[in-house]
Design a protein around this ligand. Structure first.
Ligand code: ATP
Ligand code: MG
Ligand code: MG
Ligand code: MG
Length: 439
């Protein structure tokens, strides 16, 4: 993409409404525009990042054997009356009437609708296990929408629903989700720690939240500092192998890590003092096993070999895809701007032409652009008639991992300058060597 033909409405001033870095930087880098409190348009570069995250989530869900579907954002009140949640959900639910006076709502989550789909089409135990998921917009009329896309009212969420015959099977589905989430966050370049969370009236160790540590997080968390060293890396996981999947979950959930709701001082005090940490965290996902709560109230049963009918065991599992864009920036920025991890960057590399209009510089930039594109990379070429300082400031703000700078002096010596956004280090080399290094 040539910047002169792109739409990147960068702001020079710090927007006064933004209280935290990610919100400020998303506005300044022209990624989003607020339309109403907690409701945003995604401008081209923000949309690109959102799509990259969505793609990673899809790939890891499919790898775990889960099946994508798409449900509507609008739901009928009747389904929620069946489960008993229509009244219980409260003012976070946006309720709407259609022209016939029928009660509808903009879905805050989809347990009822997916259960309705399941009961309409699945009859036999032979169809299990099954996990369906979608990545779709949700609406929650949050009391205090804030921090930009981190707590929006309209937000993009992956929500998956597992259906199993037995509790044991359902816990395997739970574990599969945990591992697939660990891999998802790692691919995004994030450390998200599974923490034991509050399961409400159901009780038990059947829900974990995934938290990214950040001073601006809204949750208070307590953990053993060794937990931050755990990584999945590139080990192959056989998601059908229960023992293997369970062992990974054990590895990641044995060290103390809890949100304030489940925090237990007595157990925490057994952690060596120098490893006992409390901090703030951003909730970027949650997995939940809840048994037959919806299948019983909504009649989602399967027929057994002996002809009897049993309600299915269910769980629901969410990832905050749009919140992750903010969380990623909270975890990856400096005073100049964003520093995208390679796995999610909107463009792989920026090209800065120091002397736009100079025939030699222009053609060196064009040649580099072509070489990068040929290598399968997506470059952003700043071909505007701007001062070098302004071009560098824009590149630093939007945070692409690599910048290649081309100017008259370098062109004469057959050299370009390659700069890493994260380390700030620059190196002179041939254009070919730069392409090789970026790949
Ligand atoms: P929170 O505690 O932050 O209100 P939640 O526990 O109500 O979140 P879940 O129902 O667990 O949210 O939804 C799954 C995921 O969706 C959350 O882990 C979070 O990442 C994301 N999410 C929830 N509410 C919002 C929101 N208002 N804006 C952006 N993302 C959200
Ligand atoms: Mg909430
Ligand atoms: Mg929560
Ligand atoms: Mg939650």
């Amino acid at each position: 993409m040539r910047l002169s033909r792109y739409f990147l409405p960068v702001l020079k001033e710090n927007p006064s409404e933004a209280q935290i870095a990610s919100h400020r930087l998303m506005l300044r880098a022209g990624m989003i525009k607020q339309q109403q409190a907690g409701i945003y348009s995604w401008l081209p570069m923000g949309y690109k990042v959102l799509r990259r995250l969505e793609q990673i989530v899809h790939e890891e869900q499919v790898r775990a054997g889960h099946i994508p579907v798409l449900m509507p954002t609008m739901q009928s009140a009747e389904l929620w009356q069946e489960s008993g949640r229509y009244d219980a959900y409260g003012p976070e639910m946006l309720r709407i009437k259609d022209r016939h006076g029928r009660d509808m709502l903009y879905g805050p989550t989809n347990e009822e609708m997916i259960t309705d789909i399941f009961r309409a089409h699945v009859e036999s135990y032979k169809s299990l296990p099954m996990t369906l998921y979608q990545i779709q917009w949700k609406f929650r009329d949050e009391v205090r929408p804030r921090f930009g896309v981190m707590r929006g009212r309209e937000f993009f969420m992956k929500d998956g629903y597992s259906f199993d015959l037995t509790k044991e099977d359902a816990l395997h589905a739970y574990n599969r989700h945990m591992v697939s989430y660990l891999r998802t966050y790692e691919r995004m370049g994030l450390t998200a720690i599974p923490m034991r969370a509050d399961s409400g009236p159901i009780g038990g160790d059947n829900t974990h939240e995934f938290l990214v540590l950040a001073p601006t997080g809204e949750s208070e968390v307590f953990y053993d500092s060794n937990v931050t060293d755990l990584t999945l890396g590139d080990r192959e996981v056989d998601y059908d192998n229960r023992d293997e999947v369970e062992a990974i979950c054990k590895e990641f959930t044995t060290l103390y890590a809890r949100t304030d709701e489940t925090h237990d001082e007595a157990i925490f005090n057994e952690v060596p003092e120098e490893r006992r940490k409390s901090a703030r965290g951003i909730e970027v996902g949650q997995i939940f096993y809840f048994g037959t709560k919806y299948s019983e109230s909504m009649g989602a049963n399967v027929q057994m070999p002996d002809g009897s009918k049993v309600p299915v065991e269910m769980g629901s599992h969410g990832i905050g895809v749009s919140r992750l864009v903010g969380a990623l920036i909270e975890a990856n920025h400096d005073e100049k701007g964003i520093i995208w991890p390679e796995g999610v960057t909107p463009f792989h590399v920026g090209i800065v032409n120091l002397k736009q209009g100079d025939a030699a510089c222009d053609s060196a930039c064009d040649a580099l652009y072509a070489a990068l594109t040929k290598a399968g990379l997506d470059p952003l070429y700043d071909d505007r008639n701007e001062r070098a300082g302004a071009k560098f400031a824009t590149m630093d703000l939007i945070g692409l991992p690599w910048r290649v700078t081309i100017g008259p002096r370098g062109v004469a010596a057959n050299k370009v300058e390659l700069t890493s956004r994260r380390t700030g280090e620059s190196e002179e080399m041939s254009a070919e060597a730069a392409v090789a290094k970026i790949i």
